[in-house]
Design a protein around this ligand. Structure first.
Ligand code: PHE
Length: 463
């Protein structure tokens, strides 16, 4: 089909591309995307999964999956975004007018709108802990009842959620280059520095060495297929795949940025922080629990109950805890920003709204749905959806059901409507496509199967 007949297709030469916001260059793109990728998933989910699924074996598998499957999905989303200069709905529509593609686009666009509010509620919890550690209120946070007491108090949970949500909204109001890019350029390097400090602190505690060995030395006796499935699910979540984010950030990428290199750097950044998180958390928890891997429970209890206890029991724990929660805050903020930015972009592109109006709409969604999730542990705790609390329900619906389906839709769009060749042409605008053969193989055959495995496992049919 000739380009002229494709109203949404933008080769970079028309007006849309001049008026569309851009990252200033590769660094801006890489740090903003790494900001999205590095989040709560790296800090509590990765160390827990690694400990549960055989330490070094899991790590190895995770890395292989990230550079094959993760890389392929990221490249597809980025190239689609840059090619069409649109957020997911427009990007899907550019290549197929079918209803099914329309649904695929909207699915990718709605996911971030649903994740953003509840993710920000958890962000609020992080700010609260940071505040307590700043005040030196370490002993109180280490009490078993502290966390449940806090989240079941309406006013206090809502207050901290609002503080976090306001930080996100302010950045989005400031725009792509002035807000998202600028904040990422400040927070991401700082995050690396803080992670280094906490990792060194944790690894030098007495008794930590057992934890380091457990995490890093592969023991192939521990290999099970479930480790592969878990690594697959983690790579998907951790790299922000199927949330519409990478399509949107790709659409802000200039035509001369080397997509392949930039994607590789984001994967490196994200995996590096995940490994550092393992080195921060596993040795400290091991030293604290006397080597009991069960102490590394996943979920909020690791971050908000176990970790404060671990820090409270150690020398300089107040400062280590302060630095730890500050780095978690940076990680959570930049991820929440990417969700809000993607939602804003969808409103601008699809409804033709101004940036201001779109940001206002996103703010309303954030406060409306976020308040529901926040009160779900207190006044609204009687509300159960499929037996889940409100926050858990949003988490389940997006991560376990919608995201794998959205990723499947993406694979189908690339292979059936766009064609691998067009993706390759887009990549080659700025560099050679070094991994083209692997990309083509994975996107055609392997990724769709992997995505179905993720869906089955998160729905509980596998494992
Ligand atoms: N990649 C994020 C993480 O590892 C997941 C995420 C991204 C969640 C963006 C929300 C928003 O935590």
């Amino acid at each position: 089909m000739a380009k002229a007949k494709e109203p949404y297709f933008d080769d970079g030469a028309n007006v849309t591309s001049q008026t569309r916001a851009n990252f200033s260059g590769k660094l801006g793109y890489v740090l903003a995307t790494a900001g999205s990728a590095v989040g709560l998933g790296n800090i509590w989910r990765f160390p827990y999964l690694a400990a549960k699924h055989g330490g070094g074996v899991f790590l190895l598998m995770y890395l292989i999956i990230a550079v094959t499957f993760g890389y392929t999905m990221m490249m597809s989303e980025n190239a689609l975004g840059r090619m069409t200069r649109k957020s997911p709905v427009g990007a899907f529509r550019a290549f197929s007018k079918s209803k099914l593609a329309g649904c695929g686009g909207w699915l990718n666009a709605i996911i971030p709108m649903l994740i953003m509010p509840y993710y920000s509620v958890i962000g609020g919890w992080v700010v609260k802990y940071l505040y307590e550690f700043t005040r030196g209120n370490v002993k109180a946070t280490a009490q078993d009842s502290f966390f449940t007491g806090f989240i079941s108090d309406d006013a206090s949970a809502e207050l901290w959620f609002i503080i976090f949500a306001l930080m996100v909204v302010v950045v989005i109001f400031a725009g792509v280059e002035n807000g998202v890019e600028r904040i990422s350029k400040i927070m991401m390097p700082l995050l690396v520095l803080l992670a280094l400090i906490v990792a060194v602190y944790s690894m030098t505690r007495p008794g930590a060495i057992e934890g380091i060995k457990y995490f890093l030395i592969p023991d192939f006796k521990n290999f099970t297929w479930m480790s592969v499935v878990a690594a697959l699910g983690q790579s998907f979540y951790s790299l922000s795949i199927a949330m519409g984010i990478l399509v949107t950030y790709g659409s802000y990428m200039k035509k001369d940025v080397d997509i392949e290199k930039a994607t590789g750097q984001v994967i490196l950044f994200d995996s590096g922080i995940a490994i550092m998180a393992g080195l921060m958390i596993i040795p400290a928890v091991f030293a604290f629990s006397g080597g009991d891997p069960n102490a590394l429970n996943a979920g909020p209890s690791l971050m908000f109950i176990t970790i404060p206890k671990v820090f409270a029991s150690m020398g300089l724990g107040r400062w280590a805890g302060f630095i730890f929660f500050l780095l978690v805050l940076f990680a959570a903020l930049t991820s929440a920003i990417s969700l809000a930015e993607t939602s804003t972009s969808t409103f601008q592109d699809e409804l033709g709204w101004s940036r201001r109006r779109s940001t206002l709409a996103v703010t309303l969604i954030m406060f409306g749905l976020g308040t529901l999730s926040s009160l779900g542990y207190s006044s609204l705790s009687f509300v159960k959806i499929f037996g889940m609390q409100i926050l858990d329900f949003f988490d389940f619906a997006t991560n376990s059901v919608m995201m794998p389906i959205a990723a499947f839709a993406l694979c189908m769009l690339v292979t059936r409507c766009v064609g691998v060749k067009r993706i390759a042409d887009e990549v080659k605008l700025s560099s050679k496509f070094r991994m083209e053969k692997m990309y083509s193989l994975v996107v055609r055959y392997i990724a769709p199967i992997f995505v179905i495995i993720i869906l089955l496992s998160s729905l509980g049919f596998i494992g």
